[in-house]
Design a protein around this ligand. Structure first.
Ligand code: CMC
Length: 442
């Protein structure tokens, strides 16, 4: 049995560089597969007919070489450190936009005009209250529960409050979008309040998205919360930078769970669960724990990196499946750290350790040869910590930021003509056929 390397055929015009099809020789027979080209020239081989025509499947651990869909939402060029939402560079959005406006862009494909933005913001505000019966879910969970455990539970339980029909129209989708983008923030604040034994603070019509969230988090009946515009901007920027990131682990989970047409609230809860892991969204918590561990132990940054390499451990907040250059979001957050951590009362000694670690790693052949650069999680936790978020809320903030992306991807999947239930195959490596042995003969 032989499978020959794929050959490519030039386009019919003969002039273009890009081939239109590839030919794969398997067991002496040629099979042709079309090439798909993205807006920015990225190439894929459409193998949807592979098994039917050859009997073969592909094997791709971690799906690193597999395009699971066509998408119009986010573009990443990992080699050049480029990230764009709906074509607009992340740097431009970070400078000129807000989370709410960017959420609209990610969701609906265009920047909103004034009126559209006003309607969207009003919708988010109007959707921010959670059903009073949801309080029971919170009180039923242990006070020491990790806020991500609470968030997955309560977001999934929204499916009990909002049954969703299969033939939902645009208005239903818009309502779901507003509910989830807005309520995940209320639920996050409630989970924090519960964990510290304080009463929930209700959202208010008078405040904007991030202001409302900070108020629900940090105000209490005996303590008014003074909003600091720099802190509001820092959190807004954090959320904006996390709004989407194409087919990452949690987004792929959302698409996969959603492909079965399950209730969207349960689907998003699956995405939140996937995000929790320390190799994904949980890395922002792991980075701060690492930096504080270094600080507490007194080990030098150089000593820590040497030990980590010897033990084959990972430098948290470094490396990325797609970026083989500096993550553009990390670049923006690094600069912002310089700005915000200089404010009085925002002392962050861990920032100096982070800068030192980065400098060492970016001179070290181990990291350079593997293209390991800081990712979004390396600096984000420093900002969250400095503005007063407890470490175990970091991944929850990631989830609030990622909500527009999950929903946009879910919606895109629902409307794609190519969509079908996600059902990968496998290469079975277990025992060959054998027969049942009665208990006494084992
Ligand atoms: N520190 C040290 N070595 C690393 C690191 C790291 N952070 N990341 C990868 N490597 C090494 C790895 O040991 C392997 O070395 P070798 O070739 O000698 O076996 C090589 O680099 C390739 O690693 P990989 O595991 O094949 O790479 P991957 O694309 O599967 O993993 C990653 C990507 C993000 C899971 C990984 O880089 C990692 O674990 N980073 C630390 C956790 C982290 O910061 N996660 C946040 C990711 S960004 C935000 C998000 O997606 O949520």
């Amino acid at each position: 049995m032989s499978a020959k390397k794929a050959r490519t055929k030039k386009s019919a015009s003969g002039g273009a560089d890009a081939p239109e099809r590839v030919t794969m020789r398997i067991e002496g027979r040629d099979h042709e597969f079309p090439i798909v080209t993205g807006t920015e020239g990225e190439k894929g081989i459409d193998i949807s007919s592979l098994r039917a025509s050859t009997g073969y499947i592909t094997l791709d651990d971690g799906l690193s070489n597999t395009g699971s869909c066509e998408s119009t939402i986010t573009f990443i060029d990992g080699e050049r450190g480029v990230l764009r939402y709906r074509g607009i560079p992340i740097e431009e959005l970070a400078e000129h936009s807000t989370f709410t406006e960017t959420a609209y862009l990610v969701m609906y494909g265009e920047l909103p005009n004034r009126r559209e933005l006003e309607i969207f913001s009003t919708r988010l505000n109007a959707s921010s209250l959670i059903h009073e019966d949801m309080r029971h879910f919170f009180t039923g969970l242990p006070g020491h529960a990790h806020p991500m455990a609470i968030l997955t539970t309560v977001v999934a339980s929204l499916s009990a409050f909002y049954p969703v029909s299969d033939d939902m129209g645009k208005d239903d989708e818009d309502r779901i979008v507003a509910n989830l983008i807005s309520q995940v923030r209320t639920l996050a604040a409630c989970s924090y309040k519960m964990s510290i034994g304080e009463p929930f603070v209700y959202p208010s019509y008078k405040r904007k998205f991030v202001e409302n969230f900070l108020y629900m988090m940090f105000a209490s009946p005996v303590k008014n919360y003074q909003l600091d515009p720099d802190i509001v901007r820092a959190i807004d920027l954090f959320l904006l930078l996390h709004a989407d990131h194409e087919q990452n682990c949690s987004t792929s989970t959302v698409r996969m769970a959603g492909s079965s047409l399950a209730n969207v609230y349960a689907v998003v809860s699956a995405g939140i669960s996937a995000l929790w892991g320390r190799l994904h969204g949980g890395a922002n918590q792991a980075v701060i724990e690492m930096l504080e561990g270094i600080q507490a132990s007194g080990i030098s940054a150089a000593g820590y990196v040497a030990r980590l390499k010897a033990d084959k451990e990972r430098l948290m907040g470094f490396g990325h499946r797609v970026y083989k250059a500096y993550d553009p979001r990390a670049k923006i957050l690094r600069e912002y750290c310089h700005r915000i951590l200089k404010k009085p009362g925002m002392d962050a000694p861990a920032f100096d350790i982070a800068l030192e670690l980065e400098e060492i790693a970016l001179r070290d052949d181990y990291f350079l040869s593997r293209n390991l650069y800081p990712n979004v999680d390396f600096y984000s936790g420093l900002i969250l910590k400095a503005v007063g978020f407890p470490v175990n809320m970091f991944t929850v903030l990631f989830a609030i930021g990622r909500m527009p992306g999950w929903l946009a991807q879910w919606r895109e999947m629902r409307h794609s003509e190519r969509s079908k239930i996600a059902r990968p195959r496998q290469i079975y490596k277990g025992p060959a056929l054998r027969h049942f042995v009665p208990k006494d003969e084992r």
